[in-house]
Design a protein around this ligand. Structure first.
Ligand code: SME
Length: 160
């Protein structure tokens, strides 16, 4: 499918109109974002499946790590603090988990629903140093807030 890619947020909202399944949401966002911008060499979700462990979700790029404990790496840090984070140089982030030796910089955003439950994190890796800025963080913060507002944690977490 060819869509106008000037405004990534509008493209995402248009493709996901009426969608309620989180896998469909995550796959679509990962795909559209990855192909939107050459700075993005890996784009994907790690899902909050319970037990303070993030598990790989839909992504685009080379093979990602399968599980990341809360508090570990940039993704685990974002899950634990609930804050988006930009890492201009991954070598300066002591706890960075190197899924690819080519990655130079990274941005991770937590994904919350409207009840403020953590559903996932969205991870961007770039092979370029200092690839991400505050505009990227704001753009994806707004997209995630809008798209995942009505998703329940029970749609993501493992059944007890
Ligand atoms: N670098 C991440 C791990 C995920 S991969 O890059 C896809 C981190 O430190 O959390």
């Amino acid at each position: 499918m060819e869509i106008e890619m000037d405004a990534l947020d509008i493209a995402i909202y248009s493709v996901l109109e009426g969608v309620t399944d989180p896998v469909t949401m995550m796959s679509t966002i990962a795909c559209l974002a990855f192909h939107h911008d050459k700075r993005f060499d890996w784009v994907g979700f790690y899902r909050n499946r319970g037990d303070n462990v993030l598990e790989i979700g839909p992504y685009q790029g080379k093979l990602g790590c399968l599980e990341i404990p809360f508090g570990k790496g940039v993704c685990g840090h974002a899950a634990m603090t609930g804050e988006g984070i930009i890492v201009p140089d991954v070598d300066d982030f002591a706890d960075h988990i190197a899924c690819s030796s080519e990655t130079k910089s990274e941005m991770v955003l937590p994904v919350f629903n409207e009840k403020d439950e953590l559903l996932a994190v969205l991870d961007f890796d770039s092979n370029r140093p200092n690839a991400f800025d505050q505009n990227d963080l704001t753009l994806f913060h707004n997209i995630l807030k809008t798209v995942f507002a009505d998703v329940g944690l029970e749609q993501i977490a493992k059944k007890p």
